[in-house]
Write a protein that binds this ligand. Structure first.
Ligand code: NAD
Length: 295
């Protein structure tokens, strides 16, 4: 019987469905022990599937990442052992796009700030004058699955959509691509990141690129930590060059750094894909792929 180890949290419906295709060990206390006879390892982003983990799993045939990024898996070590690595790239796109939109609304209308003040018994209407999205320009860096979905949603709210994404890229009728990065940075009222963490995107938002943006720009990162230089973000949020920033992802997680001191930076703890719907879609897609591979 196929041995399946699930080492990160998963929806109970998904765990039950997996039990129909194999023997499941869910959240083992000792991962290396559980992997001794395992055929399939399922992880989200928490488990680090290192070379050592892979070498300690002699019968492993499939590593399944419930989500998009594969940066927590040593792909080279997996490849050398002939292990197939799969993920579920499309399943969480809508969840992330909706969270991004939520953060943009919250920054523009001070929703998180107002909530925090009222919880502290502060009624301060006059400092909570917001901005409206309609007519503003949303600048999307990385116009892939999530970026283009967010573009469509924001456009339906009356925002103009520009994007920076060198070809090959997804084209549609609502976006204007600006291939000169400096020109792109100059034009956006809100800049949102939807790129993978690779050499060309590491610290793509830094003091130099921030200096080219509009004064009072809004910045959002729901993609990966390390794409924004957090020190530069801290400095420019303090000076007011950046009106506000919102972050779901951090260079080091859990994030406990100095950005937490600032009143114009808003945080969520890497919950982009954390919706009931996305988790069920992810589980369904994984199960189908695993069944197919086992066959
Ligand atoms: P995708 O591959 O569909 O899109 C990424 C886009 O970035 C592509 O169009 C690609 O051409 C473009 N790109 C690559 N390098 C670039 C560069 N240097 N400059 C500009 N564009 C560049 O990916 P996706 O599914 O839309 O996911 C985007 C990001 O969101 C990934 O980093 C993923 O890990 C992250 N993500 C985060 C969460 C979360 O929980 N916060 C959940 C899911 C995905």
């Amino acid at each position: 019987m196929t041995q399946i180890v699930i080492s990160d949290n998963m929806e109970s419906e998904v765990v039950e469905e997996l039990k129909t295709i194999g023997e499941v060990i869910y959240l083992p206390e000792n991962l290396s022990e559980a992997l001794k006879d395992a055929d399939v390892l399922i992880v989200r982003s928490k488990t680090k599937v290192t070379k050592e983990v892979i070498e300690g799993a002699p019968t492993l045939k499939i590593i399944a990442r419930a989500g998009v990024g594969l940066d927590n898996i040593d792909l080279k070590a997996a490849g050398e052992k002939g292990i197939t690595v799969i993920n579920t790239p499309g399943a969480s796109a809508n969840a992330v796009a909706e969270l991004a939109l939520g953060h943009i609304f919250s920054m523009f209308r001070n929703i998180a700030k107002a909530h925090y003040q009222m919880k502290n018994k502060i009624w301060d209407k006059k400092h909570l004058v917001g901005r409206e999205l309609e007519g503003k320009t949303l600048g999307i860096i990385g116009y892939g699955r999530i970026g283009s979905l967010l573009g469509k949603k924001a456009n339906s709210l009356g925002m103009k959509i520009i994007a920076y994404n060198p070809p090959p890229r997804h084209e549609d009728e609502i976006v204007e691509f600006i291939d000169d990065f400096d020109e792109f940075l100059k034009k956006a009222d809100v800049i949102t990141l939807h790129v993978p963490l690779i050499d060309s995107t590491k610290n793509i938002i830094n003091s130099e690129t921030i200096s080219k943006m509009k004064d009072g720009v809004y910045i959002l990162n729901t993609s990966r930590g390390g794409i924004i230089d957090e020190d530069a973000l801290y400095e420019e949020c303090k000076t007011g060059k950046i009106a506000a920033a919102a972050l779901d992802v951090y260079a080091e997680e859990p994030y406990m750094g100095k950005l937490l001191e600032l009143d114009n930076v808003f945080f969520t703890p890497h919950i982009g894909a954390s919706t009931k719907e996305a988790q069920l879609r992810i589980g369904k897609e994984l199960i189908e792929k695993i069944k197919e591979l086992i066959k």
